[in-house]
Design a protein around this ligand. Structure first.
Ligand code: TYM
Length: 339
């Protein structure tokens, strides 16, 4: 008897350097998930075009991101790893889904509002792709009949939109699309900025002291953690409370993720220690974790021909799968096949 595993799809946008937030929010789970799901891990380079970068940076970022996937334990023998622009079906389905999406629902997307505000207040400076971006994300997910999408909390609304678009399409044309579920963990799904723990840690933050990048050197990490915002409660006490203690709670989530210990266990171990001591422990654990990850990353990153081979093979495999879905959609819509 053939036993099919549920399908898992996830992606990262190669715009700038990956952060500890990206790792904790999603990438750290990928390696183990390969055993229980049929996995596709995509490098969403077309998404990165919404932020118009210098083209050499983009090339580097794509290969950097691919190297990090491998360093995080994604195994090309178990999973499909591919670059979004290599599989034209994504752009095709993107257009089709545009015809099934409402302007008003896109306008409600929090990420769009945040990005538009970062671009300093104007529709004039905002490219249309930034607005349409969640539809491309829906196409990514729906092309593969995905069951689950492991993401950070900031992407939950986009997965919900994906379900709405799929439902709308299915109600007109039958069960064409599987409805995907977001996979979001209770802790670590929204790692916050180090100096402003009420906002998300983000690749694009102008203040780099807010962010731990996966390629930060250890002395930089130590300084960033040393300066991370805590609070002035006297006497100082370490406990988890996102409202009263956003800084400490964020540091606890970081420590929990990189040590793989749950927060209650950590709180017992940390009982009675000062914030400075707590921060030293975090630096120590982060240093061990990052140096191992960076070493593995460097090994992959130096071998571009291997990276290109992985991307080539991944593209061939995802093309086969996505062509099947797209053909079915074309038939339903009444488009005429070439053959
Ligand atoms: P991106 O590149 O902004 O982020 C990649 C993943 O990292 C998560 N993440 C975080 N998790 C916890 N704390 C944080 N501070 C943090 N910052 C980022 C994000 O939630 C995401 O899971 N649109 C997506 C990329 C994408 C995608 C897809 C994802 C394109 N197509 C299809 C899933 C399925 C994005 O820009 O993620």
């Amino acid at each position: 008897m053939i036993c099919y595993k549920p399908i898992l799809f996830s992606a990262v946008q190669p715009s700038g350097q990956l952060t500890l937030g990206n790792y904790i929010g999603t990438m750290r789970h990928w390696s183990a998930m390969q055993n229980n799901y049929e996995c596709l891990f995509c490098i969403a380079d077309l998404h990165a075009l919404t932020i118009q970068e210098n083209k050499n940076n983009l090339k580097e970022s794509i290969l950097d991101t691919l190297s990090f996937y491998l360093a995080c334990g994604v195994d090309p023998n178990k999973s499909i790893i591919f670059i979004q622009s290599h599989v034209y079906q994504h752009s095709q389905l993107n257009w089709i889904l545009n015809c099934f999406s409402q302007f008003s629902e896109l306008f409600r997307m929090t990420q769009f509002k945040i990005k538009r505000n970062i671009k300093k207040n104007s529709i004039k400076n905002t490219n249309a792709a930034l607005f349409n971006y969640p539809i491309l994300m829906a196409a990514d997910i729906l092309l593969y009949q995905t069951n689950v999408v492991p993401v950070g909390r900031d992407q939950k609304q986009h997965v919900e939109l994906t379900r709405n678009i799929a439902n709308r399409f299915n109600s007109l044309y039958g069960n064409v699309f599987t409805l995907p579920e977001p996979l979001i963990t209770q802790y670590g799904s929204k790692i916050m900025s180090l100096l402003e723990p009420n906002k998300k840690m983000s690749k694009s933050d102008v203040n780099k002291n807010n962010v731990i990048f996966l390629l930060d050197d250890i002395s930089t990490v130590a300084l960033k953690i040393k300066n991370a915002f805590t609070d002035s409660e006297k006497p100082s006490k370490i406990y988890y409370d996102k409202v009263k203690k956003p800084g400490i709670s964020n540091l606890l989530e970081i420590l929990s993720a990189i040590t793989d210990k749950n927060i209650d266990v950590l709180l017992k171990e940390l009982e009675g220690i000062m914030y400075s001591e707590f921060k030293k422990i975090i630096v120590d654990c982060l240093s061990k974790f990052l140096s191992k990850l960076q070493k593995s990353y460097q090994n992959y990153r130096h071998d571009e021909s291997y990276l290109k081979k992985i991307a080539y093979e991944g593209a061939l495999q995802s093309q086969i799968k996505s062509k099947k879905t797209l053909q079915n959609i074309h038939d339903k819509l009444g488009l005429i096949s070439l053959v």
